[in-house]
Design a protein. Structure first.
Length: 405
């Protein structure tokens, strides 16, 4: 039986573990705190800070996993190269995990080495550098710590008066030991989308139908699939995704994030070498395999005959309303009255305001004759499902608001 060491045990890890357990694998789930979502479904757990390289070494020595699956960015990723050398499969590869744990490496790779269109950007450590960078980029601009996720430490800066608070916020929101930030040109996009991309050991790179999403303060709130974008723009995004993932190497699913600018231009934003939060929509019966099942197959080098869109669908997050060391009471009664609706509660042991505690998933039938084969996306114009999806998004958000009273 293959042994998987999962580094990070959030809701995405939990669904991956469920997929792995269904395939009969043995999983050790790791995180900084006990009772994390993925631990609840794994065989064993380890509790330690994954930025601590020595603690990570000790856990790897103790369990001797066949496969290491990073679920978060904040890992002492330098150590992954040694594990890979020692014959452990690192997912998707040590290089991919290392390049994406810090915004600098991945951004420089995409923009400078691969020549992919991104927002213009500069880096800063001191306030003086920060101010100079903002002057060059112009207002409004976006500032993010080099190491952060889910909008932590991120802000939009509109004028000189806002510079100081944005700078302090980026320092405070930074995770780990990197006290540096990226300043980006603000992209006035029509929308943003995720292209779930699957790289395979024996097989070509696959793309799921695009996922549209909405973020608030840099944190995902809802997503839907498929997202209707012009075939030519989608092909551009697919090419960009293919380029970046092949430069990073390895097998697995990747969440590649793009902006669709108001002028129709496709702009690469960032990527995660693992299932993506906006991809949770696939848990709601949109595609024949969820992003977690796809990840598992790719990781194990198993064939994926095809990816089909089987329904259109959307997801809306359930956020905590208070700070407490206890989980909230969940009301499933109202949501379960709704047809074609699913609820996933992550089982986080404690809450704080706006922490993601669960997700609601809704889906609907594709119109007759709709070609759901993922290979046809980007090739042919699809019937526009925006009106149906807009209505479903409203339903999904309404249901999500009933879960925590
Ligand atoms: N340059 C930008 N212009 C406009 N919006 C941005 C820009 N960068 C980030 N955002 C917004 O903030 C969100 C989070 O930023 P992102 O770079 O994806 O960081 P994270 O790693 O926290 O997901 C994006 O999905 C987008 O909504
Ligand atoms: Mg992001």
């Amino acid at each position: 039986m293959k042994k998987i060491l999962l580094l990070g045990s959030g809701e995405l890890g939990k669904e991956f573990v469920i997929a792995a357990k269904r395939a009969g694998l043995y999983v050790i789930a790791c995180d900084r705190y006990d009772g994390a979502p993925a631990m609840q479904v794994a065989d064993e757990r380890e509790i330690f800070p994954m930025l601590d390289g020595d603690a990570l070494d000790a856990v790897v020595r103790k369990h001797r996993p066949d496969i290491i699956v990073p679920e978060i960015e904040a890992i002492r990723t330098e150590r992954l190269f040694a594990y890979e050398k020692a014959g452990i499969q690192v997912v998707p590869s040590a290089r991919a995990a290392d390049y994406t744990m810090n915004r600098r490496e991945i951004r420089d790779l995409a923009a400078k080495e691969l020549g992919i269109r991104t927002a213009r950007y500069l880096y800063a450590k001191t306030f003086e550098e920060f101010k100079a960078a903002a002057d060059k980029i112009g207002f409004p601009c976006v500032v993010k710590p080099l190491m952060s996720s889910s909008g932590h430490g991120q802000s939009f800066v509109h004028n000189d008066e806002e510079l100081r608070a944005a700078y302090e916020g980026a320092l405070e929101g930074a995770r780990g030991d990197v006290k540096e930030m990226i300043i980006e040109e603000f992209i006035d996009f029509q929308s943003e989308f995720t292209l779930l991309t699957v790289t395979q050991k024996n097989g070509e790179t696959l793309f799921c139908p695009p996922i549209g999403h909405v973020q608030v303060h840099g944190d995902y709130r809802e997503s839907w699939q498929p997202y209707d974008i012009p075939p030519a723009a989608l092909r551009t995004a697919q090419e960009m995704a293919r380029k970046v993932t092949s430069a990073l190497t390895g097998y697995g699913i990747w969440g590649v994030e793009f902006f669709l600018a108001k002028n129709g231009e496709v702009i690469f934003s960032e990527l995660s070498p693992r299932p993506h939060d906006t991809g949770m929509v696939t848990l709601g019966h949109t595609t024949n395999f969820s992003e977690f099942e796809l990840h598992l197959r790719a990781v194990l080098g198993l064939p994926i005959p095809a990816i089909y869109l089987e329904h259109y669908g959307c997801s809306a997050v359930v956020l905590a309303k208070e700070d407490s060391d206890k989980a909230p009471e969940y009301n499933l009664m109202d949501a379960c009255k709704e047809d074609r609706t699913r609820v996933r509660i992550f089982g986080k042991p404690s809450q704080r305001v706006d922490r993601r505690m669960g997700v609601v998933l809704c889906y609907g039938d594709l119109p007759a004759g709709y070609d759901g084969d993922s290979r046809s996306f980007g090739k042919v114009e699809k019937p526009d499902l925006t009106p149906q999806i807009d209505a479903l998004r409203e339903k999904c958000k309404r249901v999500a608001s009933t879960i925590i009273k």
